[in-house]
Design a protein around this ligand. Structure first.
Ligand SMILES: Nc1ncnc2c1ncn2[C@@H]1O[C@H](COP(=O)(O)OP(=O)(O)OP(=O)(O)O)[C@@H](O)[C@H]1O
Length: 556
Protein backbone atom coordinates (compact mmCIF):
# COMPACT_ATOMS: atom_id res chain seq x y z
CA UNK A 1 0.00 0.00 0.00
CA UNK A 2 2.80 2.42 0.94
CA UNK A 3 4.58 1.54 -2.33
CA UNK A 4 1.51 2.64 -4.28
CA UNK A 5 0.63 5.68 -2.19
CA UNK A 6 3.99 7.25 -1.51
CA UNK A 7 4.77 8.36 -5.07
CA UNK A 8 1.24 9.77 -5.34
CA UNK A 9 1.80 12.19 -2.48
CA UNK A 10 4.64 13.92 -4.32
CA UNK A 11 2.78 17.12 -5.23
CA UNK A 12 0.90 17.42 -1.94
CA UNK A 13 3.47 16.39 0.67
CA UNK A 14 3.71 19.92 2.11
CA UNK A 15 -0.07 20.12 2.63
CA UNK A 16 -0.23 16.57 3.98
CA UNK A 17 2.49 17.39 6.55
CA UNK A 18 0.78 20.67 7.51
CA UNK A 19 -2.45 18.73 8.04
CA UNK A 20 -0.66 16.38 10.44
CA UNK A 21 0.82 19.31 12.36
CA UNK A 22 -2.56 20.99 12.66
CA UNK A 23 -4.21 17.73 13.79
CA UNK A 24 -1.53 17.33 16.47
CA UNK A 25 -1.92 20.99 17.49
CA UNK A 26 -5.72 20.55 17.78
CA UNK A 27 -5.39 17.55 20.02
CA UNK A 28 -2.61 19.07 22.17
CA UNK A 29 -4.69 22.24 22.61
CA UNK A 30 -7.61 20.01 23.64
CA UNK A 31 -5.46 18.13 26.16
CA UNK A 32 -4.23 21.46 27.56
CA UNK A 33 -7.72 22.96 27.61
CA UNK A 34 -9.44 20.08 29.42
CA UNK A 35 -6.51 19.39 31.75
CA UNK A 36 -6.17 23.05 32.71
CA UNK A 37 -9.95 23.39 33.15
CA UNK A 38 -9.88 20.44 35.57
CA UNK A 39 -6.98 21.99 37.43
CA UNK A 40 -8.72 25.39 37.53
CA UNK A 41 -12.05 24.07 38.84
CA UNK A 42 -10.36 21.96 41.53
CA UNK A 43 -7.95 24.73 42.50
CA UNK A 44 -10.70 27.39 42.76
CA UNK A 45 -12.82 24.97 44.81
CA UNK A 46 -9.96 24.42 47.23
CA UNK A 47 -9.03 28.10 47.31
CA UNK A 48 -12.62 29.02 48.18
CA UNK A 49 -12.39 26.98 51.38
CA UNK A 50 -11.01 30.02 53.26
CA UNK A 51 -11.23 33.78 52.71
CA UNK A 52 -7.46 34.26 52.77
CA UNK A 53 -6.75 31.71 50.04
CA UNK A 54 -9.74 32.89 48.03
CA UNK A 55 -8.39 36.45 48.00
CA UNK A 56 -4.85 35.34 47.13
CA UNK A 57 -5.93 33.00 44.28
CA UNK A 58 -5.22 34.40 40.82
CA UNK A 59 -8.21 33.51 38.65
CA UNK A 60 -7.23 35.69 35.71
CA UNK A 61 -4.11 33.99 34.37
CA UNK A 62 -5.57 30.43 34.17
CA UNK A 63 -8.90 31.76 32.82
CA UNK A 64 -7.03 33.64 30.07
CA UNK A 65 -4.94 30.54 29.30
CA UNK A 66 -8.13 28.44 29.01
CA UNK A 67 -9.67 30.96 26.65
CA UNK A 68 -6.49 31.06 24.57
CA UNK A 69 -6.37 27.27 24.35
CA UNK A 70 -10.06 27.15 23.34
CA UNK A 71 -9.43 29.65 20.54
CA UNK A 72 -6.29 27.79 19.47
CA UNK A 73 -8.15 24.50 19.41
CA UNK A 74 -11.02 25.89 17.34
CA UNK A 75 -8.67 27.58 14.88
CA UNK A 76 -6.40 24.56 14.56
CA UNK A 77 -9.42 22.24 14.07
CA UNK A 78 -10.77 24.46 11.31
CA UNK A 79 -7.37 24.64 9.59
CA UNK A 80 -6.85 20.90 10.05
CA UNK A 81 -10.17 19.99 8.41
CA UNK A 82 -9.49 22.31 5.50
CA UNK A 83 -5.88 21.25 5.00
CA UNK A 84 -6.23 17.50 5.49
CA UNK A 85 -9.28 17.19 3.22
CA UNK A 86 -7.80 19.49 0.60
CA UNK A 87 -4.52 17.53 0.58
CA UNK A 88 -6.26 14.13 0.50
CA UNK A 89 -8.65 15.13 -2.28
CA UNK A 90 -5.82 16.70 -4.31
CA UNK A 91 -3.80 13.45 -4.03
CA UNK A 92 -6.79 11.40 -5.14
CA UNK A 93 -7.53 13.75 -8.02
CA UNK A 94 -3.92 13.32 -9.19
CA UNK A 95 -4.30 9.56 -8.83
CA UNK A 96 -7.51 9.54 -10.90
CA UNK A 97 -5.81 11.56 -13.60
CA UNK A 98 -2.89 9.13 -13.76
CA UNK A 99 -5.18 6.13 -13.93
CA UNK A 100 -7.31 7.77 -16.58
CA UNK A 101 -4.29 8.65 -18.70
CA UNK A 102 -3.21 5.00 -18.52
CA UNK A 103 -6.68 3.83 -19.53
CA UNK A 104 -6.96 6.04 -22.60
CA UNK A 105 -3.64 5.03 -24.09
CA UNK A 106 -4.07 3.38 -27.46
CA UNK A 107 -2.54 0.11 -26.27
CA UNK A 108 -4.95 -0.06 -23.32
CA UNK A 109 -8.03 -0.06 -25.59
CA UNK A 110 -8.49 -3.87 -25.76
CA UNK A 111 -8.39 -4.02 -21.97
CA UNK A 112 -10.89 -1.19 -21.69
CA UNK A 113 -13.27 -2.87 -24.12
CA UNK A 114 -13.07 -6.17 -22.25
CA UNK A 115 -13.80 -4.77 -18.81
CA UNK A 116 -15.20 -1.22 -18.92
CA UNK A 117 -17.09 -1.54 -15.64
CA UNK A 118 -13.97 -2.84 -13.90
CA UNK A 119 -12.05 0.24 -15.08
CA UNK A 120 -14.87 2.48 -13.85
CA UNK A 121 -14.76 0.83 -10.41
CA UNK A 122 -10.98 1.36 -10.26
CA UNK A 123 -11.55 5.07 -10.90
CA UNK A 124 -14.41 5.43 -8.44
CA UNK A 125 -14.74 2.87 -5.62
CA UNK A 126 -11.05 2.03 -5.32
CA UNK A 127 -9.78 5.59 -5.49
CA UNK A 128 -12.42 6.73 -2.99
CA UNK A 129 -11.39 3.94 -0.60
CA UNK A 130 -7.87 5.40 -0.44
CA UNK A 131 -8.87 8.62 1.31
CA UNK A 132 -9.20 6.55 4.51
CA UNK A 133 -5.45 5.94 4.63
CA UNK A 134 -4.60 9.54 5.39
CA UNK A 135 -7.83 10.95 6.82
CA UNK A 136 -8.90 8.08 9.04
CA UNK A 137 -5.56 6.32 9.53
CA UNK A 138 -2.47 8.51 9.46
CA UNK A 139 -4.01 11.76 10.78
CA UNK A 140 -5.63 10.39 13.99
CA UNK A 141 -2.72 8.00 14.59
CA UNK A 142 -0.17 10.81 14.32
CA UNK A 143 -2.25 13.07 16.58
CA UNK A 144 -2.56 10.25 19.10
CA UNK A 145 1.23 9.73 18.96
CA UNK A 146 1.85 13.42 19.78
CA UNK A 147 -0.75 13.44 22.57
CA UNK A 148 0.65 10.22 24.06
CA UNK A 149 4.11 11.83 24.05
CA UNK A 150 2.84 15.02 25.70
CA UNK A 151 0.71 13.26 28.32
CA UNK A 152 3.50 10.75 29.01
CA UNK A 153 5.95 13.61 29.51
CA UNK A 154 3.56 15.50 31.80
CA UNK A 155 2.84 12.48 33.98
CA UNK A 156 6.51 11.49 33.76
CA UNK A 157 7.41 14.72 35.54
CA UNK A 158 5.30 13.48 38.47
CA UNK A 159 6.33 9.86 38.19
CA UNK A 160 8.53 8.48 35.37
CA UNK A 161 7.05 4.97 35.38
CA UNK A 162 3.49 6.29 35.36
CA UNK A 163 4.30 8.55 32.39
CA UNK A 164 5.77 5.69 30.33
CA UNK A 165 2.93 3.30 31.26
CA UNK A 166 0.15 5.74 30.33
CA UNK A 167 1.84 6.76 27.04
CA UNK A 168 2.32 3.12 26.05
CA UNK A 169 -1.24 2.23 27.03
CA UNK A 170 -2.63 5.11 24.94
CA UNK A 171 -0.62 4.01 21.90
CA UNK A 172 -1.26 0.30 22.44
CA UNK A 173 -5.02 0.73 22.72
CA UNK A 174 -5.41 3.39 20.01
CA UNK A 175 -3.32 1.56 17.43
CA UNK A 176 -3.72 -2.07 18.59
CA UNK A 177 -7.49 -2.42 18.18
CA UNK A 178 -7.58 -0.85 14.68
CA UNK A 179 -4.60 -3.03 13.66
CA UNK A 180 -6.50 -6.09 14.83
CA UNK A 181 -9.56 -4.93 12.87
CA UNK A 182 -7.37 -4.41 9.81
CA UNK A 183 -6.23 -8.03 9.93
CA UNK A 184 -9.70 -9.42 10.70
CA UNK A 185 -11.34 -7.16 8.12
CA UNK A 186 -9.20 -8.25 5.21
CA UNK A 187 -11.49 -11.01 4.00
CA UNK A 188 -14.88 -9.23 4.41
CA UNK A 189 -13.39 -6.10 2.79
CA UNK A 190 -12.25 -8.17 -0.20
CA UNK A 191 -15.62 -9.93 -0.44
CA UNK A 192 -17.46 -6.63 -0.16
CA UNK A 193 -15.45 -5.02 -2.96
CA UNK A 194 -16.03 -8.02 -5.26
CA UNK A 195 -19.72 -8.27 -4.48
CA UNK A 196 -20.26 -4.57 -4.97
CA UNK A 197 -18.69 -4.83 -8.42
CA UNK A 198 -20.74 -7.92 -9.28
CA UNK A 199 -23.91 -6.21 -8.15
CA UNK A 200 -23.33 -2.97 -10.02
CA UNK A 201 -22.12 -4.60 -13.25
CA UNK A 202 -24.96 -7.15 -12.99
CA UNK A 203 -27.56 -4.42 -12.49
CA UNK A 204 -26.26 -2.56 -15.56
CA UNK A 205 -26.34 -5.80 -17.61
CA UNK A 206 -29.86 -6.50 -16.44
CA UNK A 207 -31.02 -3.04 -17.45
CA UNK A 208 -29.36 -3.29 -20.88
CA UNK A 209 -30.26 -6.88 -21.68
CA UNK A 210 -33.76 -7.03 -20.18
CA UNK A 211 -35.48 -7.76 -23.49
CA UNK A 212 -33.10 -10.57 -24.46
CA UNK A 213 -33.27 -12.09 -20.99
CA UNK A 214 -37.05 -11.94 -21.07
CA UNK A 215 -37.20 -13.56 -24.53
CA UNK A 216 -34.87 -16.32 -23.36
CA UNK A 217 -36.93 -16.81 -20.23
CA UNK A 218 -33.89 -16.02 -18.06
CA UNK A 219 -35.00 -12.71 -16.54
CA UNK A 220 -36.06 -14.37 -13.31
CA UNK A 221 -32.80 -16.29 -13.01
CA UNK A 222 -30.74 -13.14 -13.67
CA UNK A 223 -32.71 -11.28 -11.01
CA UNK A 224 -32.31 -14.14 -8.57
CA UNK A 225 -28.52 -14.08 -9.16
CA UNK A 226 -28.46 -10.37 -8.39
CA UNK A 227 -30.62 -10.83 -5.31
CA UNK A 228 -28.26 -13.56 -4.08
CA UNK A 229 -25.25 -11.25 -4.58
CA UNK A 230 -27.15 -8.51 -2.74
CA UNK A 231 -27.87 -10.83 0.19
CA UNK A 232 -24.19 -11.85 0.36
CA UNK A 233 -23.22 -8.17 0.26
CA UNK A 234 -25.58 -7.48 3.16
CA UNK A 235 -23.88 -10.30 5.12
CA UNK A 236 -20.37 -8.91 4.50
CA UNK A 237 -21.60 -5.42 5.39
CA UNK A 238 -22.94 -6.86 8.63
CA UNK A 239 -19.59 -8.59 9.28
CA UNK A 240 -17.70 -5.32 8.75
CA UNK A 241 -20.22 -3.51 10.92
CA UNK A 242 -19.75 -6.09 13.70
CA UNK A 243 -16.01 -5.64 13.44
CA UNK A 244 -16.36 -1.87 13.77
CA UNK A 245 -18.65 -2.23 16.77
CA UNK A 246 -16.26 -4.69 18.44
CA UNK A 247 -13.34 -2.34 17.80
CA UNK A 248 -15.42 0.49 19.25
CA UNK A 249 -16.32 -1.60 22.29
CA UNK A 250 -12.67 -2.60 22.77
CA UNK A 251 -11.55 1.02 22.57
CA UNK A 252 -14.30 2.17 24.96
CA UNK A 253 -13.42 -0.51 27.50
CA UNK A 254 -9.73 0.22 27.04
CA UNK A 255 -10.38 3.93 27.55
CA UNK A 256 -12.36 3.24 30.73
CA UNK A 257 -9.57 0.97 32.02
CA UNK A 258 -6.93 3.55 31.15
CA UNK A 259 -8.81 6.32 32.96
CA UNK A 260 -9.38 4.07 36.01
CA UNK A 261 -5.65 3.22 36.02
CA UNK A 262 -4.70 6.90 35.67
CA UNK A 263 -7.08 7.78 38.50
CA UNK A 264 -5.39 5.22 40.74
CA UNK A 265 -1.95 6.53 39.80
CA UNK A 266 -2.74 10.22 40.41
CA UNK A 267 -4.62 9.34 43.61
CA UNK A 268 -1.59 7.38 44.87
CA UNK A 269 0.71 10.28 43.95
CA UNK A 270 -1.58 12.77 45.68
CA UNK A 271 -1.76 10.57 48.78
CA UNK A 272 2.00 10.40 48.87
CA UNK A 273 1.99 14.19 48.70
CA UNK A 274 3.93 14.20 45.41
CA UNK A 275 1.14 16.25 43.78
CA UNK A 276 -1.87 18.22 44.91
CA UNK A 277 -5.52 17.54 43.99
CA UNK A 278 -5.60 20.19 41.18
CA UNK A 279 -2.57 18.61 39.46
CA UNK A 280 -4.16 15.17 39.90
CA UNK A 281 -7.28 16.49 38.11
CA UNK A 282 -5.06 17.98 35.38
CA UNK A 283 -3.35 14.61 34.83
CA UNK A 284 -6.56 12.60 34.76
CA UNK A 285 -8.45 14.95 32.43
CA UNK A 286 -5.39 15.38 30.19
CA UNK A 287 -5.31 11.61 29.64
CA UNK A 288 -9.07 11.65 28.99
CA UNK A 289 -8.64 14.37 26.32
CA UNK A 290 -5.76 12.45 24.73
CA UNK A 291 -8.13 9.57 23.94
CA UNK A 292 -10.12 11.77 21.53
CA UNK A 293 -8.66 10.09 18.39
CA UNK A 294 -10.12 6.76 19.57
CA UNK A 295 -13.44 7.83 18.03
CA UNK A 296 -11.86 8.31 14.58
CA UNK A 297 -9.72 5.16 14.91
CA UNK A 298 -12.79 3.02 15.62
CA UNK A 299 -13.51 2.78 11.88
CA UNK A 300 -9.90 2.86 10.74
CA UNK A 301 -9.37 -0.93 10.69
CA UNK A 302 -12.20 -1.76 8.25
CA UNK A 303 -11.49 1.33 6.14
CA UNK A 304 -7.79 0.52 5.92
CA UNK A 305 -8.56 -3.08 4.95
CA UNK A 306 -10.64 -1.69 2.08
CA UNK A 307 -7.93 0.81 1.17
CA UNK A 308 -5.26 -1.89 1.18
CA UNK A 309 -7.24 -3.97 -1.28
CA UNK A 310 -7.87 -0.90 -3.43
CA UNK A 311 -4.14 -0.08 -3.48
CA UNK A 312 -3.33 -3.64 -4.54
CA UNK A 313 -5.79 -3.42 -7.39
CA UNK A 314 -4.69 0.03 -8.50
CA UNK A 315 -0.97 -0.82 -8.42
CA UNK A 316 -0.76 -2.42 -11.90
CA UNK A 317 -2.62 0.52 -13.50
CA UNK A 318 0.00 2.90 -12.08
CA UNK A 319 3.07 0.93 -13.11
CA UNK A 320 5.17 2.95 -15.54
CA UNK A 321 4.62 1.80 -19.12
CA UNK A 322 6.83 2.16 -22.13
CA UNK A 323 5.61 4.95 -24.41
CA UNK A 324 3.49 3.74 -27.32
CA UNK A 325 5.83 3.67 -30.31
CA UNK A 326 4.79 6.03 -33.10
CA UNK A 327 3.44 4.05 -36.06
CA UNK A 328 6.05 3.56 -38.76
CA UNK A 329 5.57 5.39 -42.05
CA UNK A 330 5.66 3.26 -45.21
CA UNK A 331 8.05 4.08 -48.05
CA UNK A 332 7.26 6.74 -50.69
CA UNK A 333 4.16 6.02 -52.77
CA UNK A 334 2.94 3.39 -50.31
CA UNK A 335 -0.02 3.52 -47.92
CA UNK A 336 0.63 0.12 -46.30
CA UNK A 337 3.80 -1.96 -46.07
CA UNK A 338 3.71 -5.23 -44.13
CA UNK A 339 6.72 -7.58 -44.09
CA UNK A 340 6.44 -10.99 -42.41
CA UNK A 341 3.90 -9.61 -39.93
CA UNK A 342 2.41 -11.75 -37.16
CA UNK A 343 -0.47 -10.49 -34.98
CA UNK A 344 -1.81 -12.08 -31.83
CA UNK A 345 -4.75 -10.89 -29.71
CA UNK A 346 -3.78 -10.30 -26.08
CA UNK A 347 -4.01 -13.57 -24.18
CA UNK A 348 -4.66 -15.68 -27.32
CA UNK A 349 -2.79 -18.99 -27.68
CA UNK A 350 -1.75 -18.47 -31.30
CA UNK A 351 -1.36 -15.53 -33.67
CA UNK A 352 -4.36 -14.80 -35.92
CA UNK A 353 -2.17 -13.48 -38.73
CA UNK A 354 1.23 -14.92 -39.52
CA UNK A 355 3.85 -14.20 -42.18
CA UNK A 356 1.76 -11.46 -43.84
CA UNK A 357 3.46 -9.60 -46.71
CA UNK A 358 1.31 -6.87 -48.17
CA UNK A 359 2.02 -3.60 -49.95
CA UNK A 360 -0.74 -1.18 -50.89
CA UNK A 361 0.07 1.83 -53.04
CA UNK A 362 -1.29 5.27 -52.19
CA UNK A 363 -4.69 5.75 -53.81
CA UNK A 364 -5.19 2.01 -54.31
CA UNK A 365 -8.43 0.29 -53.24
CA UNK A 366 -8.07 -3.17 -51.81
CA UNK A 367 -10.81 -5.58 -50.71
CA UNK A 368 -9.80 -8.13 -48.09
CA UNK A 369 -11.94 -11.26 -48.20
CA UNK A 370 -11.96 -14.56 -46.34
CA UNK A 371 -14.18 -16.78 -44.25
CA UNK A 372 -15.54 -15.53 -40.94
CA UNK A 373 -12.70 -15.57 -38.40
CA UNK A 374 -10.00 -15.42 -41.11
CA UNK A 375 -8.53 -12.28 -39.57
CA UNK A 376 -9.89 -9.42 -41.69
CA UNK A 377 -10.90 -7.24 -38.72
CA UNK A 378 -7.61 -8.11 -37.04
CA UNK A 379 -5.77 -6.74 -40.10
CA UNK A 380 -7.76 -3.50 -39.78
CA UNK A 381 -6.95 -3.33 -36.07
CA UNK A 382 -3.26 -3.71 -36.92
CA UNK A 383 -3.32 -1.00 -39.60
CA UNK A 384 -5.23 1.42 -37.37
CA UNK A 385 -2.68 0.92 -34.57
CA UNK A 386 -5.14 -0.75 -32.15
CA UNK A 387 -2.99 -3.91 -32.18
CA UNK A 388 0.80 -4.04 -32.36
CA UNK A 389 2.51 -6.67 -34.51
CA UNK A 390 4.09 -9.54 -32.63
CA UNK A 391 6.68 -10.01 -35.32
CA UNK A 392 7.77 -8.54 -38.64
CA UNK A 393 7.60 -4.92 -39.76
CA UNK A 394 4.36 -3.00 -40.18
CA UNK A 395 3.96 0.51 -41.54
CA UNK A 396 0.82 2.39 -42.56
CA UNK A 397 -0.32 5.94 -43.23
CA UNK A 398 -2.57 7.56 -40.59
CA UNK A 399 -5.87 5.72 -40.86
CA UNK A 400 -9.56 6.08 -40.08
CA UNK A 401 -11.08 2.74 -39.11
CA UNK A 402 -14.80 1.97 -39.34
CA UNK A 403 -15.39 -1.22 -37.39
CA UNK A 404 -18.30 -3.65 -37.43
CA UNK A 405 -19.45 -2.32 -34.08
CA UNK A 406 -20.54 1.27 -34.27
CA UNK A 407 -20.06 3.38 -31.19
CA UNK A 408 -22.63 6.14 -31.01
CA UNK A 409 -23.17 8.37 -28.03
CA UNK A 410 -26.04 9.99 -26.15
CA UNK A 411 -25.61 13.30 -27.85
CA UNK A 412 -26.99 15.20 -30.82
CA UNK A 413 -26.27 14.03 -34.37
CA UNK A 414 -23.96 17.05 -34.58
CA UNK A 415 -22.14 16.03 -31.39
CA UNK A 416 -21.68 12.48 -32.64
CA UNK A 417 -20.22 13.69 -35.92
CA UNK A 418 -18.08 16.43 -34.38
CA UNK A 419 -15.99 13.77 -32.63
CA UNK A 420 -14.21 13.20 -35.93
CA UNK A 421 -14.04 16.85 -36.97
CA UNK A 422 -14.38 19.27 -34.05
CA UNK A 423 -15.46 22.68 -35.25
CA UNK A 424 -16.60 21.45 -38.70
CA UNK A 425 -19.33 23.57 -40.27
CA UNK A 426 -22.88 22.22 -40.52
CA UNK A 427 -22.49 22.21 -44.30
CA UNK A 428 -19.52 19.86 -44.00
CA UNK A 429 -21.38 17.59 -41.56
CA UNK A 430 -24.41 17.48 -43.88
CA UNK A 431 -22.10 16.68 -46.82
CA UNK A 432 -20.67 13.69 -44.93
CA UNK A 433 -24.18 12.52 -43.99
CA UNK A 434 -25.15 12.81 -47.62
CA UNK A 435 -22.12 10.77 -48.68
CA UNK A 436 -23.11 8.09 -46.18
CA UNK A 437 -26.68 8.04 -47.53
CA UNK A 438 -28.33 9.77 -44.57
CA UNK A 439 -28.78 13.23 -46.12
CA UNK A 440 -32.50 12.99 -46.89
CA UNK A 441 -33.24 11.27 -43.55
CA UNK A 442 -31.63 14.11 -41.58
CA UNK A 443 -33.24 16.75 -43.80
CA UNK A 444 -36.61 15.29 -42.80
CA UNK A 445 -35.91 15.56 -39.06
CA UNK A 446 -37.56 18.52 -37.33
CA UNK A 447 -34.39 19.34 -35.41
CA UNK A 448 -31.92 18.28 -38.13
CA UNK A 449 -28.37 18.02 -36.83
CA UNK A 450 -29.60 19.02 -33.37
CA UNK A 451 -31.64 15.78 -33.03
CA UNK A 452 -30.67 14.05 -29.81
CA UNK A 453 -29.82 10.34 -29.79
CA UNK A 454 -30.30 8.02 -26.84
CA UNK A 455 -27.57 5.87 -25.31
CA UNK A 456 -25.69 3.85 -27.94
CA UNK A 457 -27.44 5.75 -30.74
CA UNK A 458 -30.96 4.86 -29.60
CA UNK A 459 -33.55 6.37 -31.93
CA UNK A 460 -31.81 5.24 -35.13
CA UNK A 461 -32.30 1.93 -36.90
CA UNK A 462 -29.29 -0.40 -37.04
CA UNK A 463 -28.59 0.57 -40.67
CA UNK A 464 -28.97 4.30 -39.94
CA UNK A 465 -26.58 3.95 -37.00
CA UNK A 466 -23.97 2.30 -39.25
CA UNK A 467 -24.38 5.04 -41.84
CA UNK A 468 -23.97 7.72 -39.18
CA UNK A 469 -20.75 5.99 -38.09
CA UNK A 470 -19.68 5.88 -41.74
CA UNK A 471 -20.37 9.62 -42.06
CA UNK A 472 -18.20 10.20 -39.01
CA UNK A 473 -15.41 8.10 -40.50
CA UNK A 474 -15.63 10.08 -43.73
CA UNK A 475 -15.21 13.32 -41.78
CA UNK A 476 -11.97 12.10 -40.28
CA UNK A 477 -9.43 13.59 -42.60
CA UNK A 478 -6.96 10.72 -42.95
CA UNK A 479 -5.31 9.38 -46.10
CA UNK A 480 -6.16 5.72 -45.40
CA UNK A 481 -9.72 4.50 -44.82
CA UNK A 482 -10.19 1.09 -43.26
CA UNK A 483 -13.80 -0.04 -43.63
CA UNK A 484 -15.14 -3.27 -42.15
CA UNK A 485 -18.26 -4.32 -44.10
CA UNK A 486 -19.48 -0.71 -44.42
CA UNK A 487 -22.85 -1.58 -46.00
CA UNK A 488 -23.62 -4.75 -44.05
CA UNK A 489 -27.27 -4.74 -43.01
CA UNK A 490 -28.39 -2.25 -45.68
CA UNK A 491 -30.86 -3.17 -48.39
CA UNK A 492 -29.43 -3.50 -51.90
CA UNK A 493 -30.74 -0.16 -53.21
CA UNK A 494 -29.51 1.85 -50.19
CA UNK A 495 -26.17 0.01 -50.20
CA UNK A 496 -25.70 0.80 -53.91
CA UNK A 497 -26.36 4.51 -53.24
CA UNK A 498 -23.98 4.55 -50.25
CA UNK A 499 -21.23 2.77 -52.21
CA UNK A 500 -21.66 5.16 -55.14
CA UNK A 501 -21.18 8.16 -52.83
CA UNK A 502 -18.36 6.44 -50.97
CA UNK A 503 -16.63 5.87 -54.29
CA UNK A 504 -16.72 9.60 -55.00
CA UNK A 505 -15.80 10.65 -51.45
CA UNK A 506 -12.78 8.33 -51.41
CA UNK A 507 -11.11 9.99 -54.38
CA UNK A 508 -7.41 10.48 -53.68
CA UNK A 509 -7.52 8.24 -50.62
CA UNK A 510 -6.40 4.69 -50.06
CA UNK A 511 -9.22 2.31 -49.24
CA UNK A 512 -9.11 -1.07 -47.56
CA UNK A 513 -12.48 -2.80 -47.26
CA UNK A 514 -12.88 -6.02 -45.29
CA UNK A 515 -15.92 -7.73 -46.72
CA UNK A 516 -17.99 -10.80 -47.55
CA UNK A 517 -20.22 -8.86 -49.92
CA UNK A 518 -19.65 -8.71 -53.67
CA UNK A 519 -20.98 -5.13 -54.11
CA UNK A 520 -18.33 -3.82 -51.66
CA UNK A 521 -15.43 -5.77 -53.18
CA UNK A 522 -16.47 -4.55 -56.63
CA UNK A 523 -15.22 -1.06 -55.66
CA UNK A 524 -11.66 -2.43 -55.32
CA UNK A 525 -8.73 -2.43 -57.72
CA UNK A 526 -7.42 -5.53 -56.06
CA UNK A 527 -8.73 -8.39 -53.92
CA UNK A 528 -6.61 -10.05 -51.21
CA UNK A 529 -7.89 -13.32 -49.71
CA UNK A 530 -7.00 -14.44 -46.18
CA UNK A 531 -7.18 -17.99 -44.90
CA UNK A 532 -5.59 -19.68 -41.93
CA UNK A 533 -3.87 -16.44 -40.96
CA UNK A 534 -2.08 -16.08 -44.30
CA UNK A 535 -2.64 -14.37 -47.64
CA UNK A 536 -3.71 -17.12 -50.02
CA UNK A 537 -4.63 -15.01 -53.06
CA UNK A 538 -3.87 -11.50 -54.30
CA UNK A 539 -5.37 -10.54 -57.64
CA UNK A 540 -5.69 -7.22 -59.48
CA UNK A 541 -8.74 -6.20 -61.50
CA UNK A 542 -8.48 -7.63 -64.98
CA UNK A 543 -6.89 -10.87 -63.83
CA UNK A 544 -9.08 -14.01 -63.99
CA UNK A 545 -8.40 -14.68 -60.26
CA UNK A 546 -10.01 -11.30 -59.44
CA UNK A 547 -13.24 -12.31 -61.11
CA UNK A 548 -13.32 -15.73 -59.50
CA UNK A 549 -12.68 -14.20 -56.04
CA UNK A 550 -15.47 -11.71 -56.70
CA UNK A 551 -17.78 -14.47 -57.87
CA UNK A 552 -17.13 -16.40 -54.63
CA UNK A 553 -18.53 -13.56 -52.49
CA UNK A 554 -22.06 -13.14 -51.20
CA UNK A 555 -24.30 -11.53 -53.82
CA UNK A 556 -26.22 -8.36 -52.85
N1 LIG B 1 -10.19 -9.45 -28.95
C1 LIG B 1 -9.90 -10.71 -29.32
N2 LIG B 1 -9.26 -11.53 -28.46
C2 LIG B 1 -8.94 -12.78 -28.81
N3 LIG B 1 -9.22 -13.31 -30.01
C3 LIG B 1 -9.86 -12.54 -30.91
C4 LIG B 1 -10.24 -11.20 -30.59
N4 LIG B 1 -10.86 -10.68 -31.67
C5 LIG B 1 -10.86 -11.66 -32.61
N5 LIG B 1 -10.27 -12.76 -32.14
C6 LIG B 1 -10.06 -14.01 -32.88
O1 LIG B 1 -9.27 -13.74 -34.02
C7 LIG B 1 -9.73 -14.45 -35.12
C8 LIG B 1 -9.95 -13.51 -36.29
O2 LIG B 1 -11.00 -12.63 -35.94
P1 LIG B 1 -11.41 -11.42 -36.90
O3 LIG B 1 -12.46 -10.65 -36.20
O4 LIG B 1 -10.18 -10.70 -37.33
O5 LIG B 1 -12.03 -12.22 -38.13
P2 LIG B 1 -12.82 -11.68 -39.39
O6 LIG B 1 -12.14 -12.25 -40.58
O7 LIG B 1 -12.92 -10.18 -39.35
O8 LIG B 1 -14.21 -12.34 -39.16
P3 LIG B 1 -15.69 -11.80 -39.59
O9 LIG B 1 -15.77 -11.95 -41.07
O10 LIG B 1 -16.60 -12.73 -38.88
O11 LIG B 1 -15.79 -10.40 -39.16
C9 LIG B 1 -11.00 -15.19 -34.69
O12 LIG B 1 -10.64 -16.55 -34.48
C10 LIG B 1 -11.38 -14.56 -33.41
O13 LIG B 1 -11.89 -15.50 -32.53
Amino acid sequence: MIRVLLPLSRGTRGRLALGLLLAAATLLAGVGLIGLSGWFITATGLAGASVATALAFDVFAPAAAIRLLAILRTGARYGERLTTHDAALASLAALRERLFRGMVRGDAAPDLVRGPSRRLFRLTLDVDALDAVYLRGIVPAAALGCAAGAVGLGLGLMDARAGVAVALALLGLGLGFPALALVRGRRPARDRARLLETLRAGAADLAHGQTDLLMAGRLGAARARLAAADARLARTDAALDRLERRTGAGLALGQAGLLAGTLLIVAALAERGAIGAPVAALGLLGVFAATEPFAALRRAGGDLARARLAAQRLGPGLAPRAPVPAPATPGPGLAVALRGVAVRHPGAAAPVLDGIDLSIAEGERVAVVGASGAGKSTLIALLSGALAPEGGAAAALPATPLGQRTELFRDSLRGNLALAAPGASDARLLGALDAAGLGSFVAGLAEGLGTELGEGGLGLSGGQGRRLALARALLHDRPLWLLDEPTDGLDAATAARVLGRLDRAAKGRTLLIATHIRREAALAHRIVALSGGRIVADAARGQPAFDSLLAGLRPD
